[in-house]
Every structure is written in C-alpha cells, then in structure tokens.
Design a protein around this ligand. Structure first.
Ligand code: PLP
Length: 384
C-alpha cells in the first residue's frame, strides 16, 4: 500500500546517509570511548567531532554540549539538576502550561520535593507573553523554562524577548529552552536568547531515536541524575551511544545546512494542506499562531473525533496524529489545547499534520482527497 507519513513531529525516518554513518560506527568504530587504546581513541574522536557539529550549529563552545539518551533525559537532567543544585538560593520555578510532558512532569516532581512552581498561561494562539514571565518572578526564583516551538500546535515562543527581559530583571535566574521541535528548523542560538540551558533530540530531524543532548552554559553547574563514571564531565555518566551520537551529528549537519530550503518546502506543504482543508471541509478551525513553525499544522474538524479520522486515513496508508503523539494512548484531552482555551469537544476533534522536507505536494493532494471523502462520510454517519 502507498504510504504518506505526516507525523514528523512524533518522529522522523532515519535518512540513508545517517544510517550509513551509524552502521560504520557500530561495526568499525565500536571501541569504548573511555578506553586508552587506539579503538577507544577512534570512538572518542567520533564523539568529539559530533560535539563540534552541534556546538557549531548553535554557536556555543564544544565543552558546553552534553549528550543524553534523548530530549526527555535532557529536559529532566537540566531542570532537576539545576533546581537541586541551587536549592539554597531559592525554591521558586517558572514554566508554562504548554510544555512537553518531560518538562511538565519534571517540574511536578520538583514540587514533591518542596519547590514551588508557577505554570504560566498562554493566549488562544498558544503564545506565552514575556510580561507574564516577568510578573511571575519572585525574590527566590531560580529557574525559568519556556519551550521554543510547541510540539502540538507549532507556536513559536518569543524566547529572545523572554531571555532579555528575564536577565534584565535578574541575571542570576537561569533560563532553559526546550528546542527539541525547533532545532534544525529554526535558528537555535542560546547566545541571542540569553539562555543557559537548551534541550535537543535527534529523532525529530531524521536522526536516530534514543539520543539527544543539552547545552549547559560554561560555569553553570547541575546535580547529575545518574551516578557513575565521568563521561560527559560527570553530568551524564554511562558509556556513550557512539553510533547514535554520530547519527545525530550527521542529521544535524544536514538539517542546519538545508534549513532555509527545507523550511520553504515545508511551509509550502503546510499552506497547501491548510488551504485544501479549509476549502474542502466545512467547520474547520485552525489551531495556532499565524507565524507558526513550518512543519506543524493543527486543525479542528468540528463534529468528527480526531481519533476516528486518524484510523480512517491509516486505511489509506496516511499517518497523522491527534494532538500530540505522546498523549495518544491517554484519555486526557490535550493540555496544550486546553491551555489555549479550547473546549473538550473541539479538542477531541483536533488533528495534527507534521511535515518533513521529504514529503511532496502530491502526497498532500492524496491526503486531502482521502480526508475530504472520509470527513464527508463520517459526518453523514454521525448525523444519522
Ligand atoms: C517539545 C518536545 N520536548 C521533548 C520531547 C522528548 O524528546 P524524546 O522523544 O527524545 O525523549 C519531545 C518529543 O516529542 C518534544 O516534542
């Protein structure tokens, strides 16, 4: 059956070039990077070179990049790590209501440890207003986390403005940005954002699953989650996933090099999909911000459960998502759309399409055709 994969915010296909780099490391450069002999040194070189690629992509120092097992571990390590380390300075933390669960639940876990957390509201477009961040600051605030691109609706947060205002108010407060959905698509420049901590993941940019990284500004210390050897300067002990790290760097290099071209391609596909849905199906609402990220499109098709459409399209080889993939096995309505003021009925009827530069206009047209037919049939069915 023909396949059209439009769930690229959940994960992406590893490209052949990335797989080839990983294969070479798995079978040839398989030494333990901590070993003193030649095999170990060769593996260590792979990691050093990957670190250089990531650091170069974000204009930071090589020593400020640390590899992890993914975005979830990066978020948990930096949030819990700096909060615990700085506990004596203060116990107040700030984040937003639309963060990824790996941020939200890390903050919830800190509440259990006695920290107080302010969860900021967003507007109907899914945007956090910088003045809300400033208004929430307290004498004892030590950390603020605001994501760059939201994974469900694609809203792009004003992180540069937030960073500037935050550091003007109090430069001791650390600023963390989850850039898992933006890295490789939009510029991720901690220097311009005055960010101290950034989280990354490889599998959203055609790299492998189970590998990620974080940026930690030189001089900022954190308590590691894991205890063990001194890999990643002790911030993340454990034998490195050398092949995964090499694949991540290869994917990052390609994504950053082709960023502008890819964005034009994806923005065109996104626009084609949105215009096509609006034209073909009545009672459709767009969820999000006018200038949202080029790869994510969230819409509500009133009267039809998103889940039903996901399965109907699957029958035609088309893969999309309701809300966020991370929620799809849970019954709770999307916390992001709830925070954006949507009613539960609207949330149930929401769909997310997410694009990659490897999708084509023809795939969009095929999806639109199947979507239109299925939506019409399902509506007839519901009315009966
Ligand atoms: C915004 C955001 N942060 C963090 C993550 C978690 O990354 P990983 O899947 O690598 O653990 C995701 C994954 O969907 C995400 O979209």
């Amino acid at each position: 059956m023909r396949e059209v994969y439009l769930d690229n915010s959940a994960t992406t296909q590893v490209t052949p070039g990335v797989a080839a780099v990983m294969q070479e490391v798995l079978t040839e450069t398989y030494g333990n990077p901590s070993s003193l002999h030649r095999k170990g040194v060769a593996a260590e070189r792979v990691i050093t070179s990957a670190r250089r690629v990531l650091a170069g992509a974000c204009a930071v120092k090589e020593g400020e990049i640390y590899f992890t097992s993914g975005g979830t571990e990066a978020n948990n390590t930096v949030i819990k790590g700096v909060a615990r380390r700085r506990r004596r300075r203060g116990t107040h933390l700030i984040t937003t209501k639309i963060e990824h669960p790996s941020v939200l639940y890390a903050y919830r876990a800190l509440e259990e440890e006695g920290f107080q957390v302010t969860y900021l509201d967003v507007d109907r477009e899914g945007l956090v207003h910088p003045e809300k961040v400033i208004a929430a600051l307290r004498e004892d605030t030590i950390l603020v986390s605001v994501m760059h691109v939201n994974n469900e609706v694609g809203s792009v947060q004003p992180v540069a403005e937030i960073g500037k205002r935050l550091k003007t108010a109090n430069k001791e407060i650390l600023f963390h940005v989850d850039a898992v959905q933006s890295f490789g698509k939009l510029p991720v420049l901690p220097g311009n954002w005055q960010a101290d901590l950034i989280s990354f993941s490889a599998h959203k940019i055609h790299g492998p699953k189970g590998v990620g990284a974080f940026y930690c500004k030189g001089g900022v210390l954190l308590e590691p989650l894991l205890h063990g050897g001194d890999q990643e300067k002790g911030f993340r002990p454990g034998t490195e996933n050398t092949a995964g790290i090499a694949g991540f760097a290869e994917a990052a290099q390609i994504a950053v090099q082709k960023q502008e071209e890819n964005n034009r391609l994806m923005a065109n596909l996104r626009q084609r999909m949105l215009a096509g849905i609006m034209e073909a199906i009545p009672d459709v609402f767009y969820n999000g911000q006018a200038g949202a990220a080029p790869h994510i499109l969230s819409v509500t098709i009133s009267g039809i459960k998103g889940e039903v459409l996901v399965h109907a399209l699957e029958e035609h080889g088309i893969y999309i998502s309701t809300g966020s993939a991370c929620h799809s096995h849970r019954a709770d309505p999307s916390h992001v759309l709830l925070a954006m003021g949507r009613a539960e009925k609207e949330i149930e009827a929401s769909l997310r399409f997410s694009f990659s530069p490897y999708n084509t206009e023809e795939e969009i047209d095929y999806t639109l055709e199947k979507l239109r037919d299925n939506a019409a049939n399902l509506r007839l069915f519901t009315r009966r």
